[in-house]
Write a new protein. Structure first.
Lengths: 332, 359, 572
């Protein structure tokens, strides 16, 4: 397993380097965005003196590199901070404190993460079923009505922004037909059944956006596999068409589907901004956009890092799965 | 990301290199696909409508920015007066709620922005992606490391957030459609660079490319003469997926308030303000949504057609798949010279193989 | 903080922008009076009231709440020295005692205000509320860790300008004295007849020093009101309030507190909130919203449905949307140019862009059209409903612009239907008729608010709005037109840069009055006098329409807050 150990080590180093680079970029970019952070935190009617006090308290007067250094220090060693009445400790890895609410960024992220993961993992199941299903149908039952309909639905899903799909679904399903209650996040640990019912529409909306890509990918990969020599051999030996398409061709599609899926899952953890907002799911994406609007730099940096982390991890997991699915690939 | 695994994940769909006389063959093959031709006509029409927007609205006698307060019912939130959202001889598709602006004019002018932004942004993405991907694959270890790492960073960065920040930084005097195009183009080239790099690595191993390199041709010549033709198929296929994605991003940016600025119309902006009107004035939502759907459908079908024309092998596969049709053999070598590396090599670029050509 | 209600749906409008005034608006419609008090279906105790909001209650510290934000859910937990009269319409603009026995006893020139606490006031843990706790609550609102409140305390209290709160400065504020447990005395640096209004703010909430945890206090603020916080998830996204057993209705004439439980769900998209309220299924039947108005599209649907239309509360909050001029920028230094634009404005198309005649009323005065502000009707540059382009051209010609004019209008890119692109394009379209070409400059929210409130970057013409911190002319006119409130090195709200001695003197003179009716009249007269300078073009006063669930009773919407008063609502 030394090969696997080496793979993990190289990946870990690569991840850290990538994430650090991202944090620098975010710091620089957001440093340049307009918006007087101290004024926003203090309130619009604060006097210049008060704004100055707030700026001092948030260490906004320090030059950029000092602030970044402080951030790195917190990451490695943690940091102490004052609530006014007492001194609290933010243990390493400390992502800092929100300018706006004074909360520890890591706490905010940990509170939002289950929501985002619930949304993305459920939606993933749906887009895989819908997308891969459509892809298989389009190879196996080419030209039939069912195939064309599904292909059209998935394409329409890709073509329509999620805020339109989601709102219309909600108005029709929850408002007019009253088949489901209006979605409202319930934690999985509180009530698994309610969790699923409430997330059904968000899952569907998000899945519709992504399904078409999977359908097309599956279709292409299957067609390619079907052209390969060993499939010809199977056919020549009289292996049934259903088995050829269902087992052998689908296996060929496995690898690319895994790769695309990893990419989507990773980026949707923080990227399902519009879905989260529309359905009122208190996830990472929604919080991140809010933080951007109020120039809450520590929250933005922390969340972008977490999102980057998920993208990188998802890709690494995909590579491992991929190697398992296809022994010819060597992890390096 | 390690080299081999990247290759295996995102290597291009296939390694077929069209013959040198490909151009003529390409058109010949494309012409045989009815669906692709219809799609091409639709795309051409859309582009034409976008280009001729001022002319079309002049024929209608309207423009996209003039308010018609008398055509909306102010006491009811500004819902258009009259049936079907105020459709009339003067206003072919009705008027916009609240303002009474002409919807036909806004739709065709919106096509300019939406298609313009999406197509140009796609070009930018392809340009950067191809340059970075090819350079990484052909460069030495350090160049590859540097570019691959940069690609990783771009991929791992949440697009929407960086777009929000960048759009806020640039002074408002900068023309918005250009800015939106640049931002989308400059942020979202990661996947295409990965695909191109992987595909180039595969091609590099091919005999004729290797031969060209060995016979002392410079990297530029190799890239231009030997690689680009081989990259065309996956890149074009992926581009067909990128365009609708970019239209969606433009819409999302409008939704977040940083898109193209009013009163300039865009489809994304129309969708953004129209979704709440779904019940009171449905056609306001359905028009831009329908336009977007037709565009995406046409581009997808066309993309499939182009790909098939570039890569006729897929056509033979179709026959194999159903057990009917041509029994064309594998014919062209698949060029799988570097074994394990390309074996599972289908990235998102594989997403569009050939679209149905019902015989 | 002002919640951009129907538009908060667009996340971009997480408006940090110009928070200025109170939340939303306004009053029970005429027919609500009848409904609220009618017949057998009177309100009863019990049940759970659900609140569906777009903005989470991120701040739940009485020190950090701005005037309006404190008026809704927080007012169920925080009692203050004085409070709003919880009545429909104009009656709701009066200030009444809360923890105190009266609205305050001034000395002769209104520079010293004395309050006496009621007897038997208790916190949620049964400990008594003392005047020292109120002093401490005010002091901690000066700490930079707990910023966010309105500027008045700092401006008015003697020696408060540089005070940094009790954490850094243990001595405390000498301007506040507590001679005994039930008495508290405030010393002001100038006469302020409106001090009783100020004492309604959450900064006047008692905070027991032993329970203060600084920046963490908001996780569990100690209740002095009818409810206590039993759950606060995700930084104010989900709040559950239950009865505070130590609160006694005998000491609180204002809060009815009918429901047993208040369940606040926030972070919702505003169109979803309105869909849920109109569907009114399950728990949503007993739901209200304190921050989300009906938008134009929703209004179009609601007006066609009798059942829904009967469940809409209408309010008029003291609020004005206007065009602001910066007279130091050419050509707006020329009063005739400003007047020409005033004549040319087409208020009907602006109102349509803002949501139509049901959601906005034309404004020709800067002061809101309510008696408590001392509203004095005037229309100095009559533009009629759709503008008077002929008169505008004539004035432009006189001003030396016979061939028209090209100007730039700055607006924000938020989606608030106030300073947003929709309104800007309506203005652009209207001025075209008068030969004025308007170029639009749209700025991102933060950029916009930075620029218009900085005297060195303030644009020549921009969209602005102002809302009431309390229903009186003082906080409406003084920050905008008092020359001494021009701030050179910080956030400036006197955007017309008006420094007129006669205006300043009149503001001082009115502040001395403790007869609030007499003061109101003079505010109205002052508004008209300032209006003649054409430093603003009033556009419209918003009207707030809000849906509530089927089972909600006892709807009270005052002109003070404009929102359905959550302390009065019943679900049984």
């Amino acid at each position: 397993m030394s090969g696997f150990g080496g793979f993990v080590l190289r990946r870990a180093v690569g991840t850290v380097v990538t994430l650090l680079a991202i944090s620098v970029i975010v710091y620089v970019v957001f440093y340049a965005t307009p918006g007087n952070v101290a004024q926003i935190t203090c309130g619009p009617r604060c006097s210049p003196e008060q704004v100055q006090q707030v700026a001092q308290q948030l260490r906004l007067d320090d030059p950029l590199y000092v602030r970044y250094g402080h951030f790195l220090q917190g990451l490695v060693a943690g940091q102490d901070y004052s609530t006014g009445t007492s001194v609290e400790h933010c243990p390493a890895p400390c992502l800092g404190l929100s300018y706006q609410t004074g909360q520890q960024v890591l706490d905010i992220i940990l509170a939002k993460l289950p929501v985002s993961l619930s949304l993305v993992l459920g939606a993933m199941v749906m887009w895989l079923v819908l997308g891969v299903g459509t892809g298989v149908l389009s190879v196996w039952r080419r030209g039939r009505i069912s195939e064309r309909l599904l292909t059209a639905v998935t394409l329409a899903g890709t073509a329509t922004p999620v805020f339109v799909i989601g709102l219309v679904l909600m108005i029709v399903v929850c408002g007019e037909l009253q088949l489901l209650p209006f979605p409202q996040y319930v934690a999985l640990t509180d009530d698994p059944e309610q969790w699923a019912w409430n997330l059904l529409l968000p899952w569907l909306s998000l899945a519709l956006i992504e399904a078409a890509a999977f359908a097309r990918l599956t279709r292409a990969a299957m067609l390619e596999t079907l052209a390969e020599d060993h499939i010809r051999t199977f056919r020549a030996y009289g292996v049934g068409e259903r088995s050829v398409v269902g087992r052998h061709a689908l296996r060929g599609a496995l690898a690319p589907v895994i790769a695309l899926n990893a990419n989507n899952v990773g980026s949707a953890v923080g990227g399902a901004v519009l879905t989260e907002t529309l359905f009122g799911l208190p996830g990472i994406g929604e919080e991140l956009v809010h933080a951007v609007n109020v120039v809450d730099l520590p929250v933005v940096v922390g969340m972008v890092l977490v999102i980057g982390f998920f993208v990188v991890i998802a890709n690494a997991v995909a590579d491992v799965l991929y190697a398992v699915a296809d022994r010819r690939v060597v992890l390096a | 990301m390690s080299e081999a695994s990247t290759v295996s994940r995102t290597a291009g769909t296939d390694t077929t290199v069209p013959a040198v006389s490909g151009a003529r063959q390409f058109w010949r093959r494309l012409r045989t696909q009815r669906a692709a031709l219809v799609a091409a006509v639709v795309v051409a029409l859309l582009v034409l409508v976008a280009l001729a927007a001022p002319l079309l609205t002049a024929v209608e006698g309207q423009d996209p920015t003039t308010y018609h307060p008398s055509l909306v019912d102010s006491a009811r939130g500004g819902v258009p007066i009259g049936r079907f959202g105020g459709i009339s001889g003067d206003h072919w598709l009705g008027v916009e709620p609240q303002t009474g602006r002409d919807l036909f004019a806004r739709l065709v002018h919106g096509a300019r922005v939406s298609l313009g932004v999406a197509l140009t942004a796609t070009l930018v993405q392809i340009l950067i992606g191809v340059v970075v991907g090819v350079a990484a694959a052909l460069g030495n270890r350090w160049v590859d490391q540097l570019l691959s790492r940069a690609t990783d960073i771009i991929v791992a960065m949440p697009l929407m957030i960086m777009a929000l920040a960048l759009l806020a930084i640039v002074p408002s005097a900068f023309p918005r459609p250009v800015l939106v195009t640049l931002v989308i183009g400059l942020i979202a080239w990661g996947s295409i660079a990965k695909i191109v790099r992987a595909q180039t690595l595969t091609l590099k191993g091919l005999d004729h490319v290797a031969a060209a390199r060995l016979s002392g041709w410079g990297p530029w010549h190799v890239a231009r003469r030997e690689l680009l033709p081989g990259l065309a198929a996956p890149v074009i296929t992926y581009a067909a997926l990128l365009v609708p994605m970019n239209i969606s991003v433009e819409a999302a940016l409008s939704f977040l308030g940083v898109g193209v600025k009013p009163p300039t119309p865009s489809w994304g902006q129309m969708l953004t303000s129209a979704d709440v009107w779904y019940q009171a004035a449905p056609q306001y939502l359905l028009l831009p949504a329908g336009a977007l759907f037709v565009t995406v459908l046409a581009l997808t079908v066309l993309g499939d057609g182009v790909r098939t024309a570039l890569d006729p092998r897929a056509a033979s596969r179709l026959g194999v798949g159903t057990g009917r049709g041509r029994a064309g053999g594998p014919g062209r070598g698949t060029g799988r010279s570097n074994g394990a590396r390309d074996s599972g090599g289908r990235g998102p670029a594989g997403g569009a193989a050939q679209k149905e050509d019902t015989a | 903080m002002r919640h951009p209600s129907r538009t908060a749906r667009r996340l971009a409008a997480a408006t940090v922008g110009l928070v200025v005034a109170a939340g939303a608006a306004a009053c029970g419609p005429e027919d609500n009076d009848a409904k609220g008090s009618s017949g057998d279906s009177g309100p009863h105790k019990g049940g759970t009231l659900t609140v569906l909001n777009s903005s989470p209650q991120q701040n739940f510290d009485p020190a950090r709440l701005y005037t309006s934000g404190g008026g809704n859910v927080p007012s169920l937990v925080f009692r203050t020295l004085t409070t709003r009269n919880r009545e429909n319409g104009a009656a709701g603009t009066q200030v009444v005692p809360d923890l105190a026995t009266d609205t305050g006893r001034p000395n002769k020139d209104a520079t010293v205000w004395t309050y006496t606490l009621k007897k038997d006031l208790k916190y949620e843990d049964g400990t008594p509320i003392t005047s020292a706790d109120i002093k401490y609550g005010i002091e901690r609102s000066f700490a930079p860790e707990l910023s966010g409140g309105a500027p008045y305390l700092r401006d008015w209290l003697v020696g408060a300008a540089d005070y940094q709160g009790p954490y850094k400065d243990k001595k405390g504020l000498s301007a506040i004295e507590t001679p005994d447990d039930r008495t508290i005395v405030f010393r002001l640096n100038k006469p302020e007849g409106e001090f009783p209004y100020l004492a309604t703010q959450t900064q006047f909430t008692p905070v027991p020093k032993s329970k203060d945890t600084g920046a963490k206090y908001e996780e569990h603020p100690v209740s002095s009101g009818p409810y206590k916080v039993v759950k606060n998830e995700n930084d104010g996204e989900h709040l559950v309030l239950e009865r505070n057993p130590h609160w006694s209705a005998a000491t609180d004439a204002e809060r009815k507190a009918y429901p047993d439980t208040i369940d606040v769900r926030s972070g919702l998209d505003s169109s979803v909130i309105n869909q849920r309220l109109s569907a009114s299924q399950g728990a949503d039947a007993a739901a209200v919203t304190t921050d989300t108005n009906l938008g134009p599209a929703e209004l179009a649907k609601v007006t066609g449905d009798k059942e829904l239309a009967a469940r809409v509360g209408t309010g008029h909050f003291g609020y004005t949307n206007y065009l602001a001029f910066n007279p130091t920028v050419k050509p707006f230094d020329d009063p005739e140019v400003r007047q020409a634009i005033s004549y040319a404005i087409d208020r009907s198309s602006v109102i349509n862009a803002a949501g139509g005649s049901a959601l906005a009323e034309p404004a020709t005065t800067f002061l809101p059209d309510q008696k408590s502000f001392g509203h004095t009707p005037y229309d100095l540059f009559p533009a009629g409903e759709t503008g008077d382009p002929a008169k505008a051209r004539e004035l432009l010609k006189k001003a030396g612009h016979p061939n028209g004019l090209t100007i730039t209008l700055t607006h924000s890119n938020s989606k608030d239907f106030e300073t947003s692109p929709e309104i800007a394009t309506a203005v652009q379209d209207a001025l075209k008729k008068a030969g004025i070409t308007v170029k639009l400059q749209g700025l991102e929210d933060n950029d916009y608010s930075d620029k218009i409130h900085n005297v060195s970057t303030e644009p020549g013409l921009f969209l602005a709005h102002w809302g009431a911190d309390w229903p009186s002319g003082g906080p409406f006119l003084a920050p905008i037109f008092d020359g001494r409130q021009i701030v050179k090195d910080g956030a400036n709200f006197n955007t017309g840069l008006l420094d007129d001695t006669s205006v300043n003197d009149e503001i001082d003179a009115i502040n001395k009055l403790t007869d609030l009716d007499a003061a109101a009249q003079r505010w109205g007269a002052l508004d008209k006098k300032i209006g003649a300078q054409a430093l603003t073009v009033p556009l419209f006063h918003p009207v707030y329409k809000r849906l509530y669930g089927k089972d909600v009773k006892n709807i009270v919407i005052s002109d003070w807050t404009g929102v359905l008063d959550i302390s009065q609502a019943a679900v049984k």
